[in-house]
Design a protein around this ligand. Structure first.
Ligand code: URA
Length: 211
């Protein structure tokens, strides 16, 4: 799913001021039923231009298998397409004392790439949208729910589309979409205790997909 030139140029211009690198368009079947929306690429993804190929990607693959979904049958994309980074100290040899670390995208970065996600949703019109983590869920619905309280539930809702990216103004779509919030696959690395909740939510989503 290529973007029209004007959209790419606008997104690049808006992203200019921020510490981000690389660009990931998205991957998979844009004619499929399911769209999966992550947060932003990490280091490996930014280098290769492909979504979820690092450590979180391996976890995602396990979860997709549990859901009975194949990467080729769904479309994988994210809220922000470039890797947001920050400089942190490191003791690693030959690194010169500092290195880039991943960070969450900030609201201005989300605004800068908002029209890209809107474009893909409008083109694909997915039957089901799986959001991975709070950033994707809030970007789509405008809601700030705790993911732990809504994980795996099916939410029929308009999705937020950017109206004025420079001012960060969004409006709900006229169409309703089926959004299912899930944890970001990396969250189990920081909080292994949620593994059981994740498994339950995947089972719930699997049942839903098979109906
Ligand atoms: N997290 C995301 O949201 N997307 C990726 O591609 C990798 C990690």
């Amino acid at each position: 799913m290529q973007f029209p030139d004007y959209l790419m140029k606008e997104a690049e211009r808006r992203m200019e001021p921020y510490d981000v690198e690389g660009f990931v368009l998205g991957h998979g079947d844009a004619n499929g039923k399911v769209m999966l929306i992550g947060e932003a690429p990490g280091e490996n993804e930014a280098l290769e231009g492909k979504p979820f190929i690092g450590r979180a990607g391996k976890e995602l693959d396990k979860q997709l298998e549990e859901l009975g979904l194949k990467r080729e049958d769904i479309y994988i994309t994210s809220v922000v397409r470039s890797r947001p980074y920050k400089w942190v100290k490191t003791n690693k040899k030959n690194a010169g004392g500092i290195r880039k670390a991943n960070r969450k995208p900030n609201q201005k970065e989300i605004n800068a790439h908002a029209s890209l996600l809107d474009y893909q949703i409008e083109k694909m019109k997915p039957e089901i949208i799986l959001t991975l983590g709070g950033v994707a869920f809030e970007r789509l619905t405008g809601r700030k729910d705790k993911i732990s309280e809504i994980i795996g539930t099916v939410i029929d809702t308009p999705v937020m589309k950017v109206k004025d990216a420079d001012k960060g103004i969004y409006e709900p779509s006229e169409e309703t979409y089926r959004v299912i919030p899930l944890y970001h696959p990396a969250s189990v690395f920081y909080n292994p205790k949620i593994k059981q909740t994740i498994d339950q939510s995947l089972e719930q989503v699997k049942q839903f997909l098979s109906n």
